[in-house]
Design a protein around this ligand. Structure first.
Ligand code: C5P
Ligand code: ZN
Length: 505
């Protein structure tokens, strides 16, 4: 048996026990389920998978979307739950706060049962190899499900939505159709990271389920948005840059026309990648490879690696809609969550293709605009500051808290701009309702391989700075919040911890 199958077998065996316990609790309590989930694409996908599964079983539920499961939120949840006595589920967060949840919810007079379905490193655990994971695992049956218990890397091999999917599938085999939403969640958490954007670990098992049910098709395609006018799609690409053309969409259009491809569609607009046939795509691809290799002296094989990718097509969705392509689908959900419209995202992921979908598309335009504006502001005004081992920026009054993490991700993971990939970046945005900065740390794979672990770094820097906030996440992406007057010392401590993680004396 290979290691994925071994992990899955153990996971399923535990999920079967969790299911039994969950149903018994529901019967005993005689109340509904309250799901708390994270606001990003993975969190919304997690909530939608659970919601759909409960709907199918006639289990009453409600879903609340939170920006993070902070201590203050846990206190609020405890107060809210005092009277209702709902069964609580925490999805796409909860592991990083599990001790807090035990302390606050399992009080003598309260004793609220809850279930955590998450993929983040558990509280006080710094790496996937930490020996203490075993002990947490043993002591948290059946109410805590986390991939690290099964030797599965939660930052790369399964997302929160994936964990919820396996739980939903244990509830009822027919939930296998929710495999597509689990893949949307994984895509949102940038987990299709294998060669050619392939999925690895348990995500690849989920993909197999979706393919078996004829829900997803994997095609080899050019790495551009399939639904934007092609000249814009190429210009806005964060992976492919054609010097002299990418900056100017009308020049890009002329370049495409010069290849002998008719770029106008029947309505007078510009054709998209989806509109092109194989021959035309081949022409575009050869021309781009030739252009970049001449201008930048890069080997064609290197260009191809970025230019040709796996595209995941949701076969039951309308061709040309955002929902037809996994990446665009997850982008749409992210835009919902990050514009305080999480419930729209959940409705879409649960199947709404009318009101919620149409409203979300309107928000998408503004979301895109604010990302583009934020990135150009950072670059034009040289807002990125440097220490020896880290780089950081403040959102000021331009980048709000809800997109600071997305901007940090774009800088590091999609190379949207001039950024030093050898240092992690920390985005800091002042919160509107609190005298704190929300911090989003992101590190490129190349330095994670060298030992950088942001989940650990943030927790250690909080401790060194004498700060009590909860913090953590994954080695390449983690967050927390820091009081305004402690930000300098916190960043300095991050610098010290990262230096140590890189093994520099
Ligand atoms: O908030 P942000 O997007 O920067 O968070 C990066 C990652 O760290 C996310 O996966 C988030 O859920 C996680 N995180 C966490 N605990 C926190 C803050 C963030 O686990 N207190
Ligand atoms: Zn997640």
């Amino acid at each position: 048996m290979n290691s994925i199958n071994r992990s899955l077998k153990l996971l399923n065996s535990d999920l079967s026990e969790t299911k039994k316990w969950f149903l018994e609790c529901l019967q005993e309590l005689g109340t509904s389920v309250h799901i708390y989930t994270h606001l990003d694409a993975d969190g919304l996908s997690s909530g939608a998978i659970l919601g759909k599964a409960f709907y199918r079983e006639n289990i009453p539920f409600q879903i609340s979307v939170l920006r993070q499961l902070e201590r203050e939120e846990i206190v609020k949840i405890v107060n809210e739950t005092q009277d209702t006595k709902s069964f609580l589920i925490f999805s796409d967060f909860g592991s990083g706060q599990y001790l807090e949840l035990i302390q606050k919810l399992n009080t003598k007079d309260g004793n609220n049962p809850f279930l955590i379905l998450d993929h983040h490193l558990p509280q006080n655990i710094s790496t996937k190899d930490d020996e203490n994971i075993k002990e947490i695992y043993i002591n948290s049956r059946p109410w805590h499900i986390n991939p690290y218990f099964y030797d599965v890397d939660g930052s790369r091999e399964i997302s929160g939505a994936g964990v919820c999917y396996f739980f939903a599938k244990m509830l009822n085999e027919k939930n296998i159709d929710l495999s597509t939403i689990a893949l949307v969640g994984a895509t949102g958490d940038i987990q299709s990271q294998g060669p050619n954007n392939s999925f690895i670990g348990l995500n690849s098992t989920i993909l197999e389920h979706a393919i078996t049910k004829d829900l997803v098709e994997v095609i080899n395609d050019l790495n551009f948005s399939p639904i934007k006018p092609l000249n814009e799609a190429i210009s806005y690409s964060s992976d492919i840059h054609l010097p002299g053309l990418s900056e100017n969409t009308s020049k890009m259009l002329k370049f495409l026309q010069s290849l002998g491809i008719l770029m106008e569609n029947s309505e007078g607009g510009i054709r998209t990648l989806n509109d092109l046939n194989q021959d035309e795509k081949q022409k575009v691809s050869s021309a781009i490879i030739e252009y970049i290799s001449l201008k930048l002296d890069i080997e064609p094989s290197e260009i191809i690696k970025k230019l040709i990718i796996n595209r995941y097509i949701l076969k039951n969705e309308l061709v040309g809609s955002e929902l037809h392509d996994l990446k665009e689908f997850s982008y749409l959900l992210n835009s919902c969550g990050r514009s305080n419209n999480g419930s729209l995202g959940i409705a879409i992921a649960m199947g709404d293709r009318r009101m919620a979908y149409n409203k979300a598309k309107d928000h998408l335009i503004n979301y895109r605009k604010s990302l583009v504006q934020s990135l150009s502001w950072l670059q034009e005004k040289n807002k990125i500051q440097y220490k020896d081992y880290i780089q950081f920026f403040f959102g000021e009054n331009i980048i709000p808290e809800n997109i600071i993490g997305t901007i940090a991700s774009m800088l590091i993971f999609s190379k949207s701009g001039d950024i030093d990939l050898s240092k992690p970046v920390f985005g800091c945005a002042k919160r509107k309702d609190e005298e704190v900065y929300k911090i989003s740390g992101r590190a490129h794979e190349s330095i994670v391989k060298k030992g950088v672990n942001l989940s650990e770094a943030i927790r250690e820097a909080l401790e060194l700075s004498n700060l009590k906030a909860l913090g953590g996440g994954h080695p390449p992406a983690a967050g927390t919040k820091v009081p305004i007057d402690k930000i300098d010392i916190f960043l300095e401590n991050c610098n010290i911890v990262i230096k140590k993680q890189l093994g520099i004396k």
